[in-house]
Write a protein that binds this ligand. Structure first.
Ligand SMILES: [Zn+2]
Length: 309
């Protein structure tokens, strides 16, 4: 099971520190050309469609335009594996049942058109389309998953889970996994440790998270074994939140260099260093959950955190 770290053009380049990191990037204009600038290019990619970005814009690009951005990004790094995701109509902006239903139908229509784009283009065989399962309850998730399967999708992602509480999220993931098989399922944008436990239990193929960067931007540092988060004592967080004013022992590439850098709130350059440290600890926490499930040794360092030979 793999943890894709969500990445955009202004974030830390995780692969320069951890060459095996799987990366999820959105096909939005600002990210174009950004992967080319990484010293070490990602080998495993998910190219999302950036729908959360596009729905906020006055006008929306066509499916083909987004597809062109995604394929141009592939040429920047030539990964070993890549999943391309079609445009999904975000459901979190929809309030009534009929609006939610229409969003789901629209997403299925996009999925169909997207497969047509794939069938008329010549792409390397390491590139595969990923269908987005959407729904607002078990019945609609099952419906959406069956429709995508009928169209011919073999890889699936489940999204629009942002507004649900974690128990509901887990039920929805389980429901989708029952239809398409957990091995074929990616979970978009899940951040909590309880969800990670549940996903490992269900056996989904992968998930993605932007949490290392988000937390770093909000002046938080992670530590693992056990996993915990602290606010920098210089931040303006509520006084009741756990705070820290100096680094704890850590073997990440940032702390090995100069751990005090984590505690410099801004500019952005320090936020990036903090996000690399946070990624290291979230990856350890995730790896330990997997090891515990498999009855393995939790002291083993994840392959993702090793330098490439
Ligand atoms: Zn560190």
């Amino acid at each position: 099971m793999e943890f894709y770290v969500g990445w955009s053009h202004s974030d830390a380049i995780f692969t320069n520190y951890f060459p095996n990191s799987p990366i999820l990037v959105s096909g939005v204009p600002d990210n174009r050309g950004a992967i080319r600038r990484s010293k070490i290019k990602p080998e495993k990619l998910i190219l999302d469609c950036g729908s959360v970005f596009y729905v906020k814009q006055k006008s929306r690009p066509t499916l083909k335009e987004i597809y062109n951005i995604q394929t141009s990004m592939l040429e920047e790094c030539r990964p070993r594996s890549a999943y391309l995701v079609h445009f999904d109509e975000p459901m979190f902006t929809k309030t009534t049942l009929s609006e939610q239903y229409m969003a789901m139908e629209r997403t299925l229509f996009n999925a169909y058109e997207y497969l047509n784009l794939f069938s008329i283009s010549v792409l390397p065989n390491y590139v595969e389309p990923m269908g987005v399962i959407q729904g607002f309850d078990e019945a609609s998730i099952e419906f959406s998953a069956y429709e995508l399967t009928k169209m011919g999708y073999k890889n699936f992602g489940i999204g629009s889970l942002l507004t649900k509480n974690h128990k509901r999220q887990i039920q929805m993931i389980k429901c989708a996994a029952d239809v398409v098989g957990p091995n074929n399922l990616h979970v978009f944008g899940v951040t909590g440790i309880p969800q990670m436990h549940a996903m490992v239990e269900i056996g989904v193929r992968s998930f993605d998270s932007t949490r290392p960067t988000m937390a770093a931007a909000f002046f938080q540092v992670f530590y693992s074994r056990p996993f915990r988060t602290y606010f920098l004592s210089k931040s303006h967080a509520k006084i009741s939140s756990p705070r820290l004013d100096e680094p704890l022992p850590c073997d990440c590439p940032i702390c090995r260099e100069n751990a005090a850098d984590l505690f410099i709130p801004s500019p952005r350059e320090y936020m990036r260093l903090r996000s690399v440290h946070n990624y290291y600890h979230l990856q350890i926490a995730f790896n330990d959950i997997v090891a515990e499930k498999n009855g393995g040794d939790i002291d083993v360092l994840s392959n993702v955190l090793r330098a490439r030979n």
